[in-house]
Write a protein that binds this ligand. Structure first.
Ligand SMILES: C[S@@+](CC[C@H](N)C(=O)[O-])C[C@H]1O[C@@H](n2cnc3c(N)ncnc32)[C@H](O)[C@@H]1O
Length: 280
């Protein structure tokens, strides 16, 4: 079997389990990544690695392949504006709308290594002291267990905290540990739940989130997959709840009930409340 055929096998495996596409234009990336699996499993070449995967695959082997296929690029307060809109407009309106239930449920879907959920939690801590008497829950999920382990630990290197985290917040919300890294303080983590979740998993019937962040995840997906993910995210939102996508991600070409709402430089996608749709 040629190396190209072997790469196609792994590309198909990755696509089937994550929706992430490797094609012959970026096979060189896949090749580099698979090299680390050869070393890990002592396979002499890709052909032997493929044989191992097709004949004796363990759950550890599956997860390692998924982990290496994902792109976990992220940073604190990435792109700035969505976090400003969250703090200035979205949370204040939820404080009014949910004043009876006193609940706030947020989902960071495709949270990568945790910078996104921690950015949200720092905003809640800093700007909304009234939430202390509310039931606040932030679910951080990803398909990569390496990323989730890092999210759970809340430990970041000097380089990682330098990417987007203002020094004042670093001093306030992190403790420096022996190796020079910084660990987020426990009181920031108290409303955080971290767990694996594949965005292709059906969320029908959940309808529990006031806010969903799913940023810079759709860019790696084709239109069909985007549709499935958007439907799942829509199902997970409460009526009136809103979705934040990444800069440059949109619902163009996707038939969705979500309504575009422009806030300064950010588009928020809102699930209509029945009987109150803009189109009605
Ligand atoms: C580029 S990161 C974005 C992180 C963060 N949301 C941000 O904007 O900074 C994309 C993340 O999506 C995750 N991901 C990719 N496909 C996924 C899937 N099918 N289900 C769940 N997470 C997925 C990857 O593991 C990765 O951590």
């Amino acid at each position: 079997m040629t190396d190209d055929k072997i790469l196609e096998y792994f590309a198909k495996y990755i696509y089937d389990h994550t929706g992430i596409m490797y094609t012959d234009t970026n096979f060189y990336q896949l090749e580099r990544r698979l090299q680390s699996l050869c070393t890990r499993f002592d396979a002499k070449d890709f052909a032997e690695l493929r044989l191992m995967y097709s004949q004796n695959k363990t759950s550890e082997m599956h997860q390692l392949l998924v982990d290496l296929a994902t792109n976990n690029e992220t940073s604190f307060y990435r792109d700035g504006h969505p976090f400003k809109v969250l703090a200035d407009e979205i949370i204040p309106s939820i404080l009014v709308n949910n004043k009876d239930s006193k609940t706030l449920n947020i989902w960071s879907a495709g949270c990568s290594m945790g910078q996104e959920p921690y950015s949200i939690l720092m905003i809640l801590e800093e700007q909304f002291p009234e939430l202390k008497s509310w039931r606040v829950q932030l679910n951080a999920t990803d398909i990569s267990t390496v990323a989730l382990d890092k999210t759970e630990s809340g430990v970041y290197t000097q380089l990682e905290v330098q990417r987007g985290l203002p020094i004042k917040k670093l001093m306030q919300y992190f403790t420096q540990i022996e190796d020079g890294s910084y660990q987020v303080k426990d009181f920031i983590k108290k409303n955080l739940t971290v767990k694996p979740f594949n965005l292709f998993t059906d969320t029908n019937g959940i309808s529990q989130f006031d806010i969903v962040f799913c940023r810079n995840v759709l860019i790696y997906q084709n239109v069909e997959n985007k549709k499935k993910i958007i439907q799942n995210l829509t199902n997970s939102l409460k009526p009136g709840g809103c979705l934040f996508l990444g800069n440059g991600e949109s619902l163009i070409g996707i038939d969705s009930e979500l309504e575009n709402e422009r806030h300064e430089k950010v588009t928020v996608f809102r699930k209509p409340v029945i009987g109150m749709s803009k189109a009605a």
